[in-house]
Ligand binder design. Structure first.
Ligand code: SF4
Length: 331
């Protein structure tokens, strides 16, 4: 088979008795209209596909660049094994099946081309959760091998999993040299357990994520804490105060590279689709304000962010904390 990654994934599936169905084009399945995203989420299929066209995109202005001049993102996969009620993917796609692009070499060629021009800061886990998928896909093992040979490449690996790029997934010791690890930022999105239980379905508990953070830091990976999205819930201040105390205590002595803080906000076109898909979601049915087609909590957004910043004060220094662009939520 032309693509070793596809061969390995198919072999692992067939070993577990999971049948493969050949299709012509992934969009014949993924792009069909009138699909039921929330229904498919209960038991998503996996679609192996070859990507064409663009492989790497400039970072969107709404995404935090963390001070990096050459900020890009890429999508090796579409959709995620988790099921967060606020996830924008359910507004973006009509299909919840997970697409895995297997032509990694084409991605690598494009990243190499960019690296020939300047250093690259690349976010690779935006439209999915690659760490959560790693046992099934082995993507990160392949990507790390490539990244290890690109000293000008810094990677952000965002996750809600209780995992990290462990020594187990590396092929050679060199892959996990301190220099390579220092260029693979593990960015953990953290929420209070109450928010996890209500809205971040199938994701690990806070304690498990904190444990993974400790391990990742111990292994020499830079760790980023993402307090984004903050969700407005009854007793917001009490719940988030307890949560931030737990995080701080749980990560006592752990070196933290930086943190991001932002509230839930979403394009109005996505929200419309998400509300249709989850008519009973209190989170999505909130009477949001709409500014330039972005739905948000209005002035409350600023208060929520300020509250979290006050809680982080004395633990993380101001130059370690990146807040979302508040103009997005200024009516
Ligand atoms: S972990 Fe991220 S990508 Fe996955 S469902 Fe939740 S919000 Fe979406």
């Amino acid at each position: 088979m032309q693509y070793p990654l596809a061969r390995d994934i198919l072999r692992s599936f067939s070993g577990r008795g999971i049948p493969a169905i050949p299709i012509q084009r992934y969009m014949d399945v993924f792009g069909r209209s009138h699909q039921r995203f929330s229904f498919q989420k209960n038991s998503p299929s996996v679609i192996l596909a070859v990507k064409h066209g663009n492989f790497v995109y400039p970072g969107a202005p709404v995404c935090q660049d963390f001070g990096n001049a050459h900020f890009y993102y890429t999508s090796f996969a579409l959709n995620c094994p988790f099921d967060c009620e606020y996830c924008y993917l359910q507004g973006m796609y009509s299909c919840a099946h997970i697409v895995l692009f297997v032509n990694l070499e084409d991605y690598f060629a494009e990243i190499r081309r960019l690296l020939s021009e300047h250093p690259v800061y690349l976010c690779i886990s935006y439209d999915t959760d690659l760490l959560a998928l790693e046992k099934m896909t082995g993507f990160l093992s392949g990507y790390t091998k490539f990244a290890a040979k690109q000293p000008q490449l810094t990677t952000e690996l965002r996750t809600k999993s209780a995992s990290y790029l462990s020594a187990d997934s590396a092929q050679t010791a060199n892959l996990l040299s301190p220099e390579v690890r220092s260029r693979i930022i593990h960015a953990y999105t953290l929420s209070p357990d109450l928010v996890i239980a209500k809205f971040e379905h199938h994701t690990p508990a806070l304690s498990a994520r904190l444990k993974a953070i400790r391990s990742a830091a111990l292994e020499g990976y830079p760790v980023r804490l993402c307090f984004d999205p903050l969700i407005y819930i009854p007793d917001f201040e009490q719940v988030y105060s307890d949560f931030l105390d737990t995080v701080r205590t749980g990560l006592d002595g752990v070196p933290i590279k930086d943190a991001s803080v932002g509230v839930f906000r979403i394009a109005d076109s996505y929200l419309k689709q998400m509300r249709k898909s989850r008519p009973d979601s209190a989170l999505l049915q909130f009477p949001f304000e709409n500014t330039a087609h972005v739905c948000h909590y209005g002035p409350r957004s600023h208060e929520m962010i300020q509250f979290v910043l006050r809680k982080l004060d004395g633990w993380l220094s101001p130059n370690q904390i990146f807040t979302m662009n508040l103009q997005e939520v200024s009516p």
